[in-house]
Design a protein around this ligand. Structure first.
Ligand code: TXA
Ligand code: MG
Length: 310
C-alpha cells in the first residue's frame, strides 16, 4: 500500500515497519528506538538473527554518539562518499545499540543514503535500521512491485520509483591497518583509490574463518530457477538466456536482457529485476552469459550472479 511521506514518518515513529526507497535498493525500515519493530523486521524477512542490520543516518555528526573509534581515513571516506552507497563498519559502544541490530558484535554498519526523499525522512525520524526489502535469500527489491511480490499489496511502502544503482552499498571495514571490502556493491575498489591511495581488497573471512560480513555466509539473491553460469554446453539445455543487447544468442532461446556489455551501471540497474522476472514467468532454468570483464562494478555483478546460482 503506497503511503505518503507524512504517513511514513508517523508509522516509523509509532514503531511500525515501512518499505523505503534508497539509491541502491529498497529497505525495510524501523526506528532504532523501537526494539519491537526491529524484531518484526527479522520475522517479516525470515532473516537469521546472526545477520546484523545497517543503521542509516542523516548526518555523520550523529556517529559520535555510538562510535568509540574512527579508523584512519574514515573522515576522508565519509567526505567523499556520503551521502551515497558506502557502508562503514565501525567499533561501537554496545550500550548505545541494541544487541539484535548488531547480532552481538561490537561493531555496527552505518550509511548515509543519497536518495533525497530518504535523506529528508531520516532528518525527521532519526536513525533507521534498514535491511534490503526482500524475503531472506531472494533478490533484493529495486522497485515497488518487488516489495508487493514479497510482502503483499497491503504492506506500507513509500513510493520512490526504481532505485538508481540497483545493487546494495559497498561495505568497508578497517582491519590490520587498512580498509577492506567485506561486501562488494555499487562502489568498486578503484573508486576508493583517489581517497585512500590504494584500492581495498575484497576479504570475506577472518583468520579463524569466521565471515567478516555475516550476510556473506547466507544464501542470497536467488530466484527459484536453476541458473547455469556461462558454460556453452549448458546453454543447450536451458530454456532461456540472460545476456547482453549487442550479442546474438540461439534463435530458439528466449532472451532476458541485462543491458549493454559496455555499461555495467545499466546491468546493475536491471540485475535484480531480471532475476525476479524469471520467477514471475515461472522459468525453471536459465543460462547466463558470463563473458564480461571481471573488474570494477562488473565484479559486483559477477559475485551476485554467482551467489544467485548456488
Ligand atoms: O544498500 C544497502 O546497503 C541496503 C539499503 C537498504 O541501504 N541495505 C542492505 O542491508 O543491503 P542488508 O541487511 O540486506 O545487508 C546488510 C549487510 C549484511 O550482509 C550484514 O551481515 C552486514 O551488512 N553487516 C551489518 N552490520 C555488520 C557488522 N557490524 N559487521 C559486518 N557486517 C555487517
Ligand atoms: Mg540483503
Amino acid at each position: 500500500m503506497r503511503i505518503s511521506f507524512d504517513e511514513t514518518i508517523q508509522l516509523l515513529k509509532k514503531g511500525e515497519v515501512v518499505a523505503v526507497p534508497t539509491e541502491t535498493v529498497y529497505g525495510l525500515a524501523a526506528s532504532l528506538e523501537h526494539l519491537a519493530a526491529i524484531e518484526k523486521i527479522f520475522l517479516l524477512k525470515g532473516r537469521p538473527k546472526a545477520n546484523p542490520l545497517i543503521i542509516h543516518i542523516a548526518s555523520a555528526q550523529l556517529l559520535k554518539h555510538y562510535v568509540t573509534e574512527f579508523p584512519p581515513g574514515f573522515e576522508e571516506l565519509a567526505r567523499a562518499f556520503w551521502p551515497g552507497p558506502l557502508t562503514c563498519i565501525l567499533p561501537i559502544d554496545p550500550s548505545k545499540i541494541p544487541t539484535i541490530v548488531r547480532a552481538g558484535l561490537l561493531t555496527a554498519g552505518f550509511r548515509i543514503p543519497s536518495f533525497g526523499l530518504t535523506l529528508d525522512l531520516l532528518k525527521q525520524t532519526g536513525p533507521l535500521v534498514m535491511p534490503s526489502a526482500n524475503l531472506s535469500g531472494r533478490p533484493s527489491a529495486t522497485c515497488p512491485e518487488h516489495i508487493e511480490e514479497d510482502f503483499g499489496k497491503e504492506f506500507p511502502l513509500l513510493e520512490g520509483g526504481n532505485c538508481q544503482r540497483g545493487v546494495e552499498s559497498t561495505i568497508l571495514l578497517y582491519r590490520e591497518s587498512e580498509w577492506v571490502i567485506v561486501r562488494l556493491g555499487a562502489l568498486s575498489a578503484v573508486d576508493f583509490f583517489p581517497i585512500l591511495g590504494y584500492a581495498p581488497s575484497f576479504q570475506q573471512k577472518r583468520d579463524d574463518l569466521q565471515p567478516l560480513c555475516p550476510g556473506q555466509a547466507f544464501r542470497h539473491y536467488a530466484p527459484k530457477a536453476r541458473l547455469f553460469l556461462g558454460n556453452s554446453h549448458e546453454m543447450e539445455k536451458s530454456e532461456c538466456v540472460l545476456g547482453f543487447r549487442e550479442r546474438i544468442y540461439p534463435n530458439n532461446k528466449r532472451v532476458f536482457l541485462l543491458g549493454s556489455i559496455d555499461d555495467p551501471k545499466e546491468v546493475a540497474y536491471h540485475l535484480y529485476d531480471v532475476l525476479r522476472q524469471l520467477d514471475v514467468e515461472e522459468v525453471e532454468n536459465a543460462w547466463i552469459d558470463m563473458n564480461f570483464p571481471k573488474e570494477g562494478l562488473w565484479l559486483t555483478i559477477y559475485e551476485r550472479l554467482h551467489r544467485a546460482s548456488q
